[in-house]
Design a protein around this ligand. Structure first.
Ligand SMILES: *Cc1c(COP(=O)(O)O)cnc(C)c1O
Length: 358
């Protein structure tokens, strides 16, 4: 029996992989090192007990959108919520991309931009970052004037390098591009810069979308909840491509309850920020090349210590510590990315790393 053929453009593609191993210290996927705050679970269970299970959820997730809008001081009609910010990115590609349209990415960056762009049949235009992994203004101008991308993806701070984008670059893109400009702020709370300011006030942009997620700062990677802040005219357009009732009742509750713990989350962000500065200093002291990070992870290069990235990564695994090996990404030879863990996990990592470098 013959198998039906799949879409020709999917034949050479692979799915997204983030290798998982059974280890004691897992610092490879940029999750929060702690579970949600103590009061979260009981408040959540209490609300879940009141769900009308035989009814569809609130299709527009009105209450959750109101609560998120209040956090950012914008209108609820500016908030679109989905199953992780990956679904937000997919919704953007379905709305503004598709066959005959194009997406620009600045590499190395979050691999899902290209993955989602391709599965939604957009053409991908790859632009290289400069030697410091920054997006240069001249490259933005070149890609926009030459290719007129329908979607431009910025990532601030950028995964995996940890560097934030500059306001200058994003403003330039907004000024010269006819397409949408997406700023993925999955790690935005850890950074000095946010593009959200460009969405508020009398000169609010009509083409900017800022995405956020509950997966990292909010200790809720397991819930799969993300959102974007966008100009309100886009929301009815997003509703056309997203499945009806895509956001289940449980998730809507999880998000609303999480937002009640805002102060506790801010405290954790500060705590992780100081751990980041401590670990980055320790990595520099070991003689490694360390990129200045404004996220909850740090990228470093092992070559100044005369060892390969692959070797160091394996020797860490041998000591039951898992970090992300970026060595085979274009432009990131011998680079590794470590997520900040608890103080004791970071200690174990640093000790194992010293061992691995000898
Ligand atoms: C982790 C991450 C996301 C998060 O995706 P979710 O689907 O919300 O879990 C988005 N963008 C970047 C750059 C990330 O690193």
């Amino acid at each position: 029996m013959t198998r039906p053929t799949i879409r020709p453009d999917l034949r050479t593609m692979e799915g997204y992989h983030s290798p998982q191993l059974d280890v004691e210290v897992r610092l490879n996927t940029n999750e929060a090192p702690f579970p949600p705050p103590a009061g979260f679970l009981s408040a959540f269970l209490d609300e879940v007990g009141r769900i009308d299970w035989h009814r569809y959820p609130d299709r527009l997730a009105q209450s959750l959108r109101e609560d998120i809008a209040a956090v950012h001081d914008v209108e609820p009609q500016q908030i679109f919520v989905a199953n992780g910010s990956n679904e937000v990115l997919q919704t953007i590609c379905l709305t503004f991309g598709g066959s005959g349209r194009s997406v620009a990415t600045f590499e190395p960056t979050y691999a899902m931009y290209q993955q989602i762009a391709r599965t939604t049949q957009c053409e991908v235009i790859e632009v290289a970052r400069d030697s410091q992994h920054r997006v240069s203004l001249s490259e933005v101008i070149t890609v926009v004037t030459r290719h007129h991308p329908d979607i431009i993806f910025f990532c601030s701070p950028n995964n995996p390098t940890g560097t934030p984008e500059s306001l200058e670059v994003i403003e330039a893109a907004l000024q010269i591009s006819d397409g949408v400009v997406v700023v993925d702020e999955a790690y935005g709370q850890f950074a000095d810069f946010t593009a959200l300011d460009l969405l508020r006030g009398p000169y609010a942009s009509e083409s900017l979308i800022v995405t956020r997620t509950f997966s990292k700062t909010w200790s809720m990677a397991g819930a799969r909840l993300g959102y974007c802040v966008a100009p309100s005219w886009m929301l009815p357009e997003f509703e056309k491509v997203v499945l009806p009732y895509h956001l289940d009742s449980v998730k809507q509750i999880a998000g609303r309850v999480a937002l009640r713990f805002h102060d506790e989350m801010e405290h954790r962000v500060r705590q992780l920020g100081s751990e980041r500065d401590r670990v980055a200093a320790a990595l520099t002291d070991l003689g490694l090349d360390v990129w200045p990070s404004q996220a909850n992870f740090i990228m470093f290069r092992t070559t100044p210590c005369s060892v390969s990235g692959d070797h160091v990564w394996q020797r860490l695994v041998d000591q039951s510590v898992l970090i992300r090996n970026c060595s085979n990404w274009p432009g990131l030879s011998d680079c590794l990315r470590v997520t900040l863990g608890t103080e004791s996990e970071n200690h174990i990592f640093l000790e194992a790393l010293k061992e691995a470098l000898t």
